[in-house]
Design a protein around this ligand. Sequence first.
Ligand SMILES: Cc1cc2nc3c(=O)[nH]c(=O)nc-3n(C[C@H](O)[C@H](O)[C@H](O)COP(=O)(O)O)c2cc1C
Length: 186
Amino acid sequence: MSKNLVVGLTGASGSIYAQTLINVLAGMDWQVELVMSPTGEQILTYETGITRTSFPENVHIHENTNLFSALASGSYRTQGMVVIPCSMNTLGLMATGTGEHLLARAAQVTLKERRPLVVVPREMPYNIIHLENMLRLARAGATIMPASPGFYHHPKGIQDLVNHVVGRVLDQFGIEHTLFERWSGQ
Ligand SMILES: Cc1cc2nc3c(=O)[nH]c(=O)nc-3n(C[C@H](O)[C@H](O)[C@H](O)COP(=O)(O)O)c2cc1C
């Protein structure tokens, strides 16, 4: 089985979620097939200081403009895709099934191949169009996991909160991790 996951990084606030997910996957020897929207890449650098040259070795960057990328075809095998953080713009693109750029096309492919598509939207408040787009995507098979961490693991700081969201995302793919202490009843 290939151990590769597509990560779509878009222009919503919260690129630390993507940064953490990428580092955790890379540390577990997963290949990360990364697609960044132009604004996603700008916000990544603005919020975290990271540039495309600072990713670990097993991160393969696919250009968003390159529809000749392997990710544009369902015949290329992946374990699924996470869009994190997901902007309302990309949410709308995915909900309407457009594939003009690689990130949205890869999401379209993931859904048509019935592979897991996890979407981590970041916006507040949501308008009705945002909510309808989430519903549409959920009906098409995506899992909507808003960037809203729990507090029951007694977070000590921002990274603990981020780890909770990223850990729950990994759970969707059955990937073992110790990013937070699980609730096991009182
Ligand atoms: C600093 C910054 C933060 C932003 N945060 C969000 C956000 O949290 N959620 C969102 O939907 N859009 C946010 N936006 C707006 C999106 O970046 C914008 O709609 C853009 O078109 C998204 O493009 P993309 O989907 O191709 O990444 C933000 C923009 C900037 C510059």
